[in-house]
Every structure is written in structure tokens, then in C-alpha cells.
Design a protein around this ligand. Sequence first.
Ligand code: GAR
Length: 197
Amino acid sequence: MTKTLFICSMKRIALFASGSGSNAEKIAQYFADDADVEISLVLSNNPKAGVIERMRQLHIPVLLFDRQTFYETERITNILQKQSIDLIVLAGFMWLMPGGLVRAFPDKIINIHPALLPKFGGKGMYGHFVHEAVVANGETESGITIHYVNERYDEGAPIFQATCILSPTDTPDDVARKVQQLEHEHYPRVVASVLQP
Ligand code: GAR
């Protein structure tokens, strides 16, 4: 019997998001017309996350999971492997990635952090807490760090950083706005460059 070999160059991305999902949306829109890249699914631990509605509008499937499934079973890893996911992109995902998942996707998980790591990283440093700490510390600049993910919070190898200047009167909300602008501008492009080096 003759065998047919089908070579597929399509790259498949899985996004993880816990919150509003503005970064997930920017990434999905960036690749919407790219025949070689598919956002295969979005995974979330938060049934109230804004990302769910954003993805519904873009016709991207969302998978919700709980803490026990994530940390005590292999189900999420199995789903990602079955779907032949090439890159896992954390876009506002607040849980630590379990060791089994990190080991199953070596150098294939990336995260965005809303500060200039190694400053203002680690457990408890996420979302608005980061911007509050930056202002409390009197920083003159902040920014974004896109990095590979390992089993520790915010410690994987950095891929990209961008900086914004802060003024002494900036509130945490002001910092959040400046940082979000950088995130939306750079994250989709950096995802593309990691996908196709
Ligand atoms: C983003 O600012 C992202 O950098 C941050 O959560 C926000 C999610 O916004 N991630 C972390 O703090 C991870 N430690 P979004 O839901 O609008 O994309």
C-alpha cells in the first residue's frame, strides 16, 4: 500500500489568560490573516475572565480548567500535545506553570511581564501590584519583559524588553497605561519571531 505523507507548515499557538485578555486579543488579531499560524485554543482558569468574550467574538475555542486539573493531572499537557501545539503564549496568566507541562514543552512557553525584570518580578508580582510597587519605589522608568517560562516565577531567559519613561506624578494607573501600550505594540511581533526564528 502506498503511504501519503502530508507536510504541514502551519504553526499552532495555545494562549493562556486569566484576565481581561487584551494581549490575547491583539495576538489573535495579528495572526488572523496569516494562513501559516493558527490560534488553536485559549485556556483559562477564570470563568469570569474577559478573555472568554473576546475570544468568542473571534471564534477561538476557550477551555476552562480548575486548579486540581492543572496541578494534579496531565490533562492539560495531553490536550496541548494532541493538538500539536508549537508555542504556548502566556498573556496575563497568573498561575505558575506546573513542572510536567514545562518539561513537555521545553523552550516553547513564553510569558509577558509588565516590568523590567529582574526588577519587580516573583510571586505576588503581577498586574496592578507591579505598577503599585514601581510607583512606590520612585522608579523613573518601567516597561515590559518577554521571556521563556520555567518552573519559577519570572525567571526564564529573557527574549525582549521595551522601556517607557515615567514622570514623578505618574500613578499606578498611568504606569499601567504606558506599559499596556508597549505590550500591545510588541507582544504579537515577538510571538511571531519566536515562532519563526
Ligand atoms: C498584562 O499587563 C500582563 O503583562 C500581566 O497581566 C496583564 C494582562 O492584561 N501579566 C502578569 O502580570 C504576569 N505576571 P490583559 O489581560 O489585558 O492581556
